[in-house]
Every structure is written in C-alpha cells, then in structure tokens.
Design a protein around this ligand. Structure first.
Ligand code: SMG
Ligand code: MG
Length: 375
C-alpha cells in the first residue's frame, strides 16, 4: 500500500494549565499549540487521517522555534516540498525536508501526522511499528520553580501522593541548592530525583553545581547553553552527578558527537526537538549501542503527543523514567477521549491504532482558536 498526500489542516488550540509552570526561561499559564492534520490517499483512493502535535512554545524561549513561526514555515516552505513527492510516507519526510535548515519541531509535527495516518491506514499501532514489548512505563513528573520552599514542598508532596516514581525539579541560580536539599529531605533517599536548569548556568558555575552531588541525584539536565558542548564536557568532568543534555541534542549526528566529547552522559530524547519520532528512534539506538541511558522528555503535550511518547518510551534503551505524566498534571481536560493516566506510578503504553489516541472532537473544536486548510 502506497500513499500520496491529500489535504493538510493546521489548527491552533489554546489550553489553560491547571497551575503556572515556571522554568528558568519563563512562566507558562496557557499552552498555545499547533496541531497538524494530514490526509493520506492510498492506491485505491482510500483516505486516512492522521494528527501531529508541534511542541514549539509561543515564544522562542526554550529553543529558537515558536508556534507562529512553525505554522508559517510549514505552510510556506515544508509542505510544498512534501507535495512534490508522488509517493509519501513518514520515512520520506526527513529526506524531502533535509535541504531546509533547522525547524525540527515544525518538521516533526508534519512527520508525526503522516506517521499517524499511515499507521491507521495499515491498522497498526505505533508500539507495534516500533516493536516494543513493554506494556507500561514508569512515570516521572517535572516540577516548576516555586517562590518559596514551602510551596515547592507542597507541590512535590502532591505529586508523590499521586504516585509519580521520579521527581524532576526545575532550577535556576538562586533556586537550586536549598530547594533540592529540602525536597531530598521530604522524599527520602530512595525516590529518584533530578534537576533541569534549561541553560541557566555558566561554565564558571562548576564549583556551585558540584554542591548538588551530595543529594545523590540521577542527573543534572542542560545546565549550560544549547551550543556549549565543550562546556558540558568540562562540567561532566568536574561534577559527579551525570550531565544530561536536552536543548543541545537536535540530531542523531550531534548526539553522537556530544557523547564522544564526554558532554552527554545521559540523553533526554524529545521527538519534537530532534525533527521527529524516526530521528528519536535513531538517537535511542545509538545511545543504547554506547550504553548511554536515555529517557523521554516532555513539552506539555496534549493526549496526542503524550500517547506517542508513551509508545516511544517503551523501547528498551529508555531505562530511566521520562517526563510522561498524567494529562491532569497540566490539563483539566484533554483533547482526547482517553487521556494518559497513571496507575501505581506507571503509564500504559497505548495499543490503539495509529499513535494510539482518539480525539474528543467537540472539546477539540471548543478550544480551537484558528484553522488553516492547505490543499
Ligand atoms: O511535559 O512534563 C512535561 C514538561 C517537562 O520540564 C519539562 N519540559 O526542558 O525538559 C524541559 C521542559 C521544556 C518545556 S517547559 C515549558
Ligand atoms: Mg529539559
């Protein structure tokens, strides 16, 4: 069965967060998300629809991409390159778009929609496509920066009560050592703990970050600037807690280099950041080959991205709990009818056809802020 591309719809939705999520680069209270709906037409004229979710934030604060720019580059530059192909499936997207620089989140969203459509046409689940055997995955939670330690501890206690098996704290200079110390004291020595700086530190902060070593954490995520691979390698030699890269890893080739340089002792894999789920699998494979533990990051996804991430994270190299929390961690209501939940600290790997979600169309329509149809 081969496919050609039919209509593509770009849809923007606005979803309020249940509580503000503060990181070293800013505070989010609402998510403005770009969804891509792509139609594939098979040899017999049969049509199947797939959905992708673009993880770009509204501002270029996490990385250079932002939602309005992603929508523009898809409509103006990426989609026309896909339209040229007379046969198309997800595996072709990367090659067809390779000559256009950057914009991994925009590319990933397109590839994801096409992947979902082709899996649905073939009546296959994403987990089956990936060859995963695990049926559940451990669920970690990412906790924002709080103004006071008391507020932070109350939030962490709530997530511990919810059953999350790993806590990740967002940190920045001024909200780090004491915050981590207090949380370690609260959760005890056994609960896995890690921190994420979202590039908030400098090369000269090695001695300061070394003070985190006493809290026996899994990792320190992205302390330095996105492009500072050498800085991370030096820090990895200076600090005992393993250094994990997030923002810095945008491709399999770059990940291989960062590992070789000693900058990446653990990898956070986010499909959107690396240009799609297929590149994410390649990064998983190369890390596994080199004994670099990986885990699946999150970008405050809806049930679309959460379902796909849960299947990806069932691959065998994902040996650490990911940021795949219950939908209710961020959203009072999700745009899917079967939102991700956690049971005994674990998320069930979706087995439904395609990426494994079913849309709640009325709710999706009610949160839609704009649509652009591209035929
Ligand atoms: O989806 O659980 C989630 C969010 C996890 O902390 C998280 N993501 O740098 O890893 C990261 C951040 C990026 C998004 S912050 C708005
Ligand atoms: Mg991160």
């Amino acid at each position: 069965m081969t496919f050609r591309l039919g209509a593509v719809e770009l849809r923007r939705i606005a979803l309020p967060l249940v509580s503000p999520f503060r990181t070293s680069f800013g505070s989010q209270t609402e998510r403005d998300i770009l969804l891509v709906r792509a139609e594939l037409i098979d040899d017999d004229g049969g049509r199947s629809e797939g959905w992708g979710e673009c993880v770009a934030l509204s501002e270029p604060s996490y990385s250079a991409e932002y939602v309005e720019g992603a929508q523009h580059v898809i409509a103006t530059h990426l989609l026309p390159r896909l339209r040229i192909a007379d046969r198309l499936e997800a595996a072709d997207v990367g090659t067809l778009l390779a000559k256009l620089h950057g914009h991994p989140m925009a590319k990933a969203a397109l590839e994801m929609a096409i992947l979902d459509a082709q899996l649905r046409a073939r009546d296959q689940s994403f987990g089956d496509f990936l060859g995963v055997t695990r049926t559940t995955i451990p669920s970690g939670v990412s906790v924002g920066i709080h103004d006071t330690i008391d507020e932070l501890l109350a939030a962490v206690q709530g997530y511990v009560d919810d059953g999350y098996v790993r806590i990740k704290l967002k940190i920045e200079p001024g909200s780090d050592i004491e915050h981590v110390a207090a949380v370690r004291e609260l959760i005890g020595p056994e609960t896995p703990l890690q921190v994420d700086a979202n590039t908030a530190y400098r090369r000269t902060d090695g001695a300061h970050l070394r003070r985190l070593d006493e809290f026996d954490m899994l990792l320190i995520e992205q302390p330095l600037a996105e492009e500072d691979i050498i800085g991370h390698a030096r820090l990895a030699a200076e600090v005992e807690t393993p250094i994990c890269l997030d923002e810095s890893l945008v491709s399999a080739a770059g990940t291989a280099d960062a590992i070789e340089l000693g900058a990446c002792e653990i990898a956070n894999i986010k499909p959107g950041r690396v240009g799609g789920y297929l590149e994410a699998v390649r990064i998983h494979d190369l890390c596994r080959h080199q004994d670099i533990p990986v885990w699946c990051g999150g970008m405050i996804e809806t049930g679309i991205g959460r379902a796909a991430n849960a299947a990806l994270a069932a691959l065998p190299g994902f040996t650490l709990p990911g940021d795949i929390s219950a939908s209710t961690r961020f959203y009072a209501q999700d745009i899917v009818v079967d939102p991700i939940t956690i049971t005994d600290g674990h998320v069930t790997v979706p087995t439904g056809v395609g990426l494994g979600f079913e849309l709640d169309r009325p709710y999706l329509d009610s949160v839609t802020t704009g649509t652009q149809l591209l035929t």
